[in-house]
Unconditional design. Structure first.
Ligand code: BES
Ligand code: ZN
Ligand code: ZN
Length: 456
């Protein structure tokens, strides 16, 4: 899909179809194929409602062979939010076609900006920014949707290297030998039963003269069978989604380098496959993590926290004086149960940072729900044989306990926030502008967060 801004009045633009917005009591749309007019009825012109309803129209359009559509930015003196329009068009148009033989139909969108209060340059900048953001969301979706056979830790390392072609991005890949030297035993243990070598990927985006520095960690389990604590039946289907955190970090670095944000951003990705085999790590094994904590394995399916623990250890050791460290992971099914699947669970101690994240969430429309830590559950992580265990017996509040495990590897708690994206990063249903499967969740939120942080 291509989007063009036109200075002419709507009537002067020739196209196959016209889309009109009207205020109404109900949310609905009328698609008249004969008159070639679509009327979108909205009970509110709020951004989220525009996204919610317009995405339905964009999907409907896929059933027809129309080649172009025109729309006026100013509707009866009401100016629509160009960014929301562009996001919705480009994100709802996305289809994952790698494994489909059918070709995609192309549609051109002409937006008449006649009568807009904004000048052309500003609108052009918005279009260009939102095109970068949407294509980065779609880039994340493509990675997460790719089948595990076609996307291994090595594929992720290659994708990171491709990003490093940008002059401001550098990339270091650590294979098993180097992981051993660094003492990254958790990544090694989780990936041991896989024929695909586990990797730690360190990406650095460093524009000249940047004064701010942030670290983003990503869980990149390219497939999660559960390991010897094997997932059963339907529970394993879709576990290609377990690389969503790391894929998101790749997407964020791609987006901000194209947007040329003036912040140094490090991405540390733990890329592994959690498999079964004669050399698999086992429940009852004890792993020494971060060169000091002995962790008793009680469930090999709680592997994400182990991989991330090594990422924290690596980041603390190798990256100096950062302002924040945020981790993104499809960590627990419990976070889906708590918030219904469309919302990421977030946990952290810094209230100011929490407010910043919530503001970015509100601005981007990507939902977050805060979960509280509490000291009463600390005992659940205690182990009889080691310093602590990786998966408590009591499975209630598993999303909070996942974060409490990670907390043990965080050096400065004030700098940290955890995002459990198990729900919103992959859904087996269409929702708003998001397709079946991977959503690319978190990218828009993080771009808002980083844009604001650059200005602060
Ligand atoms: N990758 C899963 C979490 C997950 C579940 C992601 C559903 C996406 C959808 C994770 O590794 C896992 O299996 N977590 C366990 C943790 C438990 C053993 C403490 C879970 O959620 O059951
Ligand atoms: Zn698991
Ligand atoms: Zn997992």
């Amino acid at each position: 899909m291509n989007i063009y801004l036109k200075k002419q009045k709507l009537d002067a633009i020739t196209s196959d179809l016209e889309l009109k917005f009207i205020a109404s009591k109900k949310n609905d749309y009328d698609f008249n194929v004969e008159t070639k007019k679509i009327v979108l009825m909205l009970n509110s012109f709020k951004k989220e409602n525009i996204r919610y309803m317009l995405s339905k129209v964009v999907r409907q359009l896929k059933n027809y062979s129309f080649k172009s559509l025109k729309i006026s930015l100013v509707q009866k003196k009401k100016e629509l939010d160009l960014a929301s329009l562009v996001d919705t068009f480009l994100l709802s148009d996305y289809e994952f076609l790698k494994y489909k033989s059918e070709k995609k139909k192309q549609l051109d969108i002409y937006i008449s900006i006649f009568d807009s209060k904004e000048d052309f340059k500003t609108l052009e900048q918005i279009l260009s920014e939102r095109t970068i953001v949407s294509s980065s969301v779609n880039y994340v979706r493509d990675i997460v949707n790719t089948a595990p056979y076609d996307y291994t830790p090595d594929t992720m390392a290659k994708d990171a290297k491709k990003l490093a072609k940008d002059e401001n991005i550098s990339c270091k890949i650590y294979g098993e030998e180097e992981l051993e030297e660094l003492g990254l035993n958790a990544i090694l243990a989780v990936s041991r039963a896989s024929v695909n070598e586990g990797k730690l990927i360190h990406l650095k985006y460093k524009p000249k003269n940047s004064k701010k520095k942030i670290v983003l960690l990503g869980k990149g389990v390219t497939y999660d069978t559960g390991g010897l604590s094997l997932k059963r039946g339907d529970g394993m289907v879709s576990m290609k989604c377990d690389k969503a955190g790391a894929s998101l970090v790749l997407g964020i670095i791609k987006a901000i380098s194209e947007l040329k944000l003036n912040i140094e951003v490090h991405g540390v990705l733990g890329a592994v496959e959690n498999m079964i085999g004669s050399d698999a790590f086992k429940p009852d094994d004890v792993i020494k993590i971060a060169n000091k904590h002995y962790v008793e394995i009680t469930n090999t399916d709680a592997e994400g926290r182990l991989v991330l623990a090594d990422c924290f250890y690596y980041a603390n050791k190798k990256i100096k004086d950062f302002d924040y460290i945020l981790d993104f992971a499809t960590l627990t099914g419990a976070s889906i149960g708590a918030f219904g699947g469309f919302t990421a669970a977030i946990l952290g101690h810094n209230q100011k940072l929490k407010t910043k994240i919530e503001k970015a969430s509100h601005k981007s429309g990507e939902l977050v729900g805060y979960m509280p830590f509490n000291i009463y559950m600390q005992d659940r992580l205690k182990s009889g044989v080691a310093d602590f265990l990786n998966s408590p017996k009591d499975k209630s509040a598993a999303a909070i306990l996942g974060a409490m495990f990670l907390e043990k590897f965080v050096e400065d708690k004030n700098k940290w926030f955890h995002f459990d994206i198990a729900g919103p990063s992959y859904r087996k249903q269409v929702w708003g502008e998001n397709p079946y499967g991977a959503s690319g969740y978190g990218l828009r939120l993080m771009v808002e967060f980083l844009k604001k942080y650059e200005r602060d």
